[in-house]
Design a protein around this ligand. Sequence first.
Ligand code: HEM
Length: 343
Amino acid sequence: MYTLDDLMPGRLVRLTMVVLIMVFGMLVAGNLPVFAQGTGSPQSNAPYRENTLSKQSDSELWRALKQGRPGLATTKRAEDGVAINTDGVWWAQLRQSNGPLIRYGAAGLLAVIGTLSLFFMLRGRLKIEGGRSRNKIARFSVTHRVVHWGIAVLFLLLAFTGLVLLFGRPVLIPVVGKAAYSALATASMQTHNLFGPIFILSLVALFITFIRGNFPTLTDIKWVLSAGGMFGGHASSGRYNAGEKAWFWVAILVGLTLSASGILLSFPDALGTRNLLQLSQISHVIAALVFIGFALGHIYLATIGTQGTLEGMIDGEVDENWARTHHDRWFAEIKATKGANRP
Ligand code: HEM
């Protein structure tokens, strides 16, 4: 019978045995660098050894994975030891591609489009009372118009790319396929990330430029009670009517919600815990849907909904009869002062 000594020189066998025993000893003690946390120094391994999951029962193991245990991860931030996030279940159910956020969001936007279309079919375009006078009156300065169209273009870019990301899976993939959607989604994400911060700056500019004239007054209550004259009668108004003021404040407040949640979502590692990020994601989507809904109403009224409104935001001037029809008090003020041409 062969012994090990027959196969290998005795000294080599003894050396091999010593190395094997040493490696085994280090493994048992948990000191091998590959299993250790951080640099592998004996001090940094101590917490890891205390918290290792290997000796725990199944229920302890699951509890540790869900509640977190310091030392389970190599990084040190809050929640890093939480391997399974049970708090995220509500969020995942809400956000999934056939979930309530997507379904009710789409239903809400379609309801807004349907209502505007119905209103247009029933009421048609709201005409200037008495027709055009051909006399012009200054309404918006160059600053007003540059700020307005700046934020309008940014908004359209963000709204379009945001909708692609929100409704892409259920709506676009079945139509364009996964490969094309992947390219579109990547481009949308990058456009969204690039123009989001510029939108925040433009929101500040909108606030500063348009705040004057957008504070509520008693005339606004009468305007609301007469539904803005939509169903007959004349509704008096200052420089902006109650509907426009509401739009201004919605744009500012919902825009702030969008901005704050957008910043959190852009820097998840630095700023957010998981719960905060989930809340940010949901409030970002809801705020965006509310913003888009109101914007559809604003765009409708500013373009096909009323005659003569758009020109004020394009060349800065409106017809005097348009001003009398929609903003009689403002028109009277302008006429009473000499600065009729100063917006
Ligand atoms: C492409 C879409 C848009 C069009 C065609 C449009 C058109 C107009 C027009 C014609 C006016 C003048 C209304 C008047 O003379 O009383 C106006 C006013 C205004 N628009 Fe827009 N707009 C658009 C998008 C936006 C967006 C995205 C925002 C905000 C983020 C916005 C905010 C405002 C504000 C604040 C006013 C002044 C009225 C007020 O202060 O309430 N617009 N817009």
